[in-house]
Design a protein around this ligand. Structure first.
Ligand code: ZN
Length: 384
């Protein structure tokens, strides 16, 4: 291909992604409004939209309000024109779902996980994907996997997932070979962050966001200018294994006093010497004073870690997801108080801390939507 032709094609793809991204982030929008938002000419927008209409990705959905003259035709994404699969490989159960382009879950498969790890855990992943790809929903254009642990997303390798006993597992390669679909693998907290960002209700492109996922472990996903920031080694946001208590409890990573040993769902269950978080939650609801103290202490340590994140990144919106959010307002205010106390006042006074809206779905939706953040190529049948 000549350089000139290649440049031309890149420009077309860039324009196409820009227009599609704009239509994605609105329920419906006119061509003129797309041109205004994207700073592309009306002719370019019309050309691109014609392509999207013929691909069946976009449809005309009626007329909007007139601002003098003819009322404009509105465009919208065709939610069920393409499907994606998202997986959440959580501690106690693996969940997979077929998701449409509006983040609606169309089919869901759940498999409880007992002591399955290594090869056995991998078989469970196959089991879920076998079931989901057999469903009638077509075309499926890709598979996104959210897994605990350290992940090299670029190469699709799970570097180290302690509880699954996966080390340097080339997960995307294995799945691509088996299912003949593009596969991307990312850390579950990073996936949850994308889920909240894209489908959490107030999706504004190019914004910053931190999502902290507090489950058996603790991790944060960081979005900067609308893109996931993974750091040099893929582990950006791995705050769970930062030591916060010298000579504290032994952590599953081998160190003592990690944030996970005081602020995670696992830590709370252990400190209460109970069998499950459910049991702790019931005691907490009953007004059990020890349960209250343990939950508050967990919130306190988490807040101190958030203060560090704010000091480093000065991101003003933090969303909390995961099992610990069950403890609601009381836990949230413990986190908030300690965060406010721990960070520079003028930086935290504008920081909004809230509980996410998507619960366990955040990871599934985010895993499925990862590539939609800035590359829509896989939605198209051919390069155009
Ligand atoms: Zn640790």
């Amino acid at each position: 291909m000549t350089t000139k032709k290649a440049t031309h094609q890149l420009t077309r793809q860039h324009n196409r992604d820009l227009v599609l991204r704009t239509i994605f982030s609105h329920d419906s929008i006119s061509r003129a409004e797309v041109a205004r938002v994207t700073h592309l000419t009306r002719t370019t927008v019309s050309d691109v939209v014609n392509g999207l209409l013929s691909e069946g990705l976009v449809e005309e959905v009626g007329r909007g309000e007139s601002i003098g003259g003819k009322s404009p035709i509105l465009l919208s994404i065709v939610a069920d024109s393409r499907y994606l699969i998202g997986l959440n490989l959580a501690q106690d159960k693996f969940t997979g779902a077929v998701v449409n382009l509006r983040g609606e879950i169309k089919e869901i498969v759940e498999i409880p996980v007992h002591d399955d790890n290594g090869e056995k855990a991998l078989k469970l992943v196959y089991q879920i994907l076998d079931q989901l790809t057999r469903k009638k929903l077509k075309p499926i254009v890709g598979i996104g996997v959210g897994t605990p642990g350290l992940v090299n997303t670029r190469e699709g390798i799970v570097v180290n997932a302690v509880n699954l006993e996966w080390q340097d597992l080339p997960l995307s390669q294995l799945l691509e070979k088996k299912y003949k679909l593009p596969v991307w693998v990312l850390n579950d907290s990073q996936a949850a962050a994308i889920g909240e960002y894209v489908y959490g209700g107030e999706h504004v492109p190019d914004k910053n966001l931190i999502v902290v996922n507090v489950i058996h472990g603790i991790g944060a996903g960081i979005l900067i200018n609308g893109r996931l920031f993974q750091g040099d080694g893929g582990g950006a946001g791995e705050i769970g294994h930062v030591v916060v208590q010298e000579n504290g409890e032994l952590c599953r990573c081998g160190k003592r006093g990690c944030l996970e040993t005081v602020a995670s769902a696992r830590a709370v269950v252990q400190q209460m010497k109970m069998a499950s978080l459910e049991e702790v939650f019931l005691a907490f609801q009953d007004g059990n004073s020890k349960a209250k103290a343990v939950v508050e202490n967990a919130g306190h340590y988490l807040g101190a870690s958030l203060a560090n994140l704010i000091g480093t990144l000065n991101i003003q919106k933090i969303v909390l997801t995961g099992d610990m959010t069950r403890f609601g307002q009381e836990w949230l205010s413990a986190v908030n108080t300690s965060m406010q106390t721990g960070a520079f006042f003028r930086m935290t006074e504008d920081t909004k801390l809230e509980i996410g809206k998507l619960d366990y779905r955040a990871c599934i939706l985010g895993a499925s939507a990862f590539l939609l953040l800035d590359d829509y190529s896989l939605l198209f049948n051919e390069e155009n």
